[in-house]
Design a binder for this molecule. Structure first.
Ligand code: MG
Length: 334
């Protein structure tokens, strides 16, 4: 590895390698190595939940959202995945010289609305402008801070246990395919809209209910397959998934077929995987179904005390290992 490749930003295997070889040896003090959606750090006698993310999506406007709303939803969701109540966001912009002020206003409006809708305050920010071609239109970074919704309930990707149930909160891959179709000007019969959304209300209702929720992980870069592999590796369990039960809309499936992509590796921005105890799965599903972004929630598999990996029972009845994303399927998806 002597040069950065696009795959190093995929969220899959190459990203993991970059973390292990470059960042963790210099930065890690015990938090980063966990590779969680957000860190839970001690603060006075309480806990602080922190997450940061950069957004380089192309195109910056897409069906169902734009880079502004996406940059808020993504950070809010990462905080929620640890059982946090998101409180504050810091936002910074890197803008290319010549970028339209009109478009900037639209992006800022979307970010502002997304934050207000989630009850989160934007309390710090920064703007940098670089010469033409030194950036592509606009990049945004957001950092979110929150506190635990309930100090006795933290969830993490290392907490999945044998016999747990695996739930996907909705049909997967809409965000990735919306971006892909927008980028290539695909004229499909029905336009695919991004699923970009704040999952805060649904997660908080799950946390409020008397449920045993062990892991929550948002399905983003690398798709469901990568998300499940991260949980399996961290929890040292095997996760068995039934392909037949994985919710995929007909439009996403169709677009994936045309492009030769596997929906299991395509990003979402408003979906999560929940790993819950057997006793909690019915109630968790019932709660998810109340939300428009959770209406297609389904049990997709279970957790076993076996080698840390993801097994996929395919629709034709065979079983194969489902690995995390290798290389880069769709660069600049978020
Ligand atoms: Mg995440």
């Amino acid at each position: 590895m002597d040069k950065i490749r696009l795959g190093h930003g995929s969220g899959g295997k190459l990203s993991q390698q970059l973390l292990q070889e470059v960042f963790l040896p210099k930065f890690d003090t015990g938090f980063l190595i966990q590779c969680q959606d957000a860190a839970i750090a001690p603060f006075n006698k309480s806990k602080l939940v922190v997450s940061t993310d950069s957004y380089v999506v192309s195109p910056i406007f897409f069906p169902g959202g734009n880079i502004g709303s996406l940059s808020i939803h993504g950070t809010i969701n990462d905080l929620c995945m640890r059982g946090a109540k998101p409180l504050y966001i810091a936002i910074s912009f890197i803008i290319e010289e010549g970028f339209s002020i009109e478009q900037l206003k639209e992006i800022v409006q979307s970010a502002s609305t997304a934050a207000k809708d989630a009850g989160v305050e934007i309390i710090a920010g920064d703007t940098k402008v670089v010469e033409r071609k030194a950036a592509d239109k606009i990049f945004i970074s957001t950092t979110g801070v929150g506190c635990l919704f309930d100090e006795s309930k933290t969830c993490g990707i290392e907490q999945a246990k044998p016999e747990d149930i695996v739930i996907a909160s909705g049909d997967i891959g809409c965000h990735g395919m919306a971006i892909m179709c927008a980028r290539n000007n695909f004229d499909l019969e029905t336009q695919i809209e991004s699923d970009s959304a704040s999952l805060k209300d649904m997660v908080h209702e799950l946390l409020k209910a008397d449920l045993e929720i062990h892991s929550l992980h948002d399905i983003t870069r690398g798709g469901l397959a990568t998300c499940l592999n991260e949980i399996a590796q961290s929890s040292k369990v095997s996760i068995d998934i039934d392909e037949e039960n994985v919710p995929v809309s007909a439009q996403v499936r169709g677009a994936c077929e045309i492009l030769g992509l596997d929906p299991l590796f395509v990003a979402s921005e408003g979906r999560l995987v929940a790993i819950v105890s057997k006793n909690s799965s019915d109630k968790a599903l019932e709660i998810m179904h109340k939300y428009h972004y959770g209406k297609n929630a389904r049990v997709i598999g279970d957790v076993k005390d076996a080698k840390a990996r993801v097994n996929l029972r395919t629709t034709i009845g065979s079983t194969r290992i489902l690995d995390m994303l290798t290389g880069e399927q769709l660069p600049r998806i978020c």
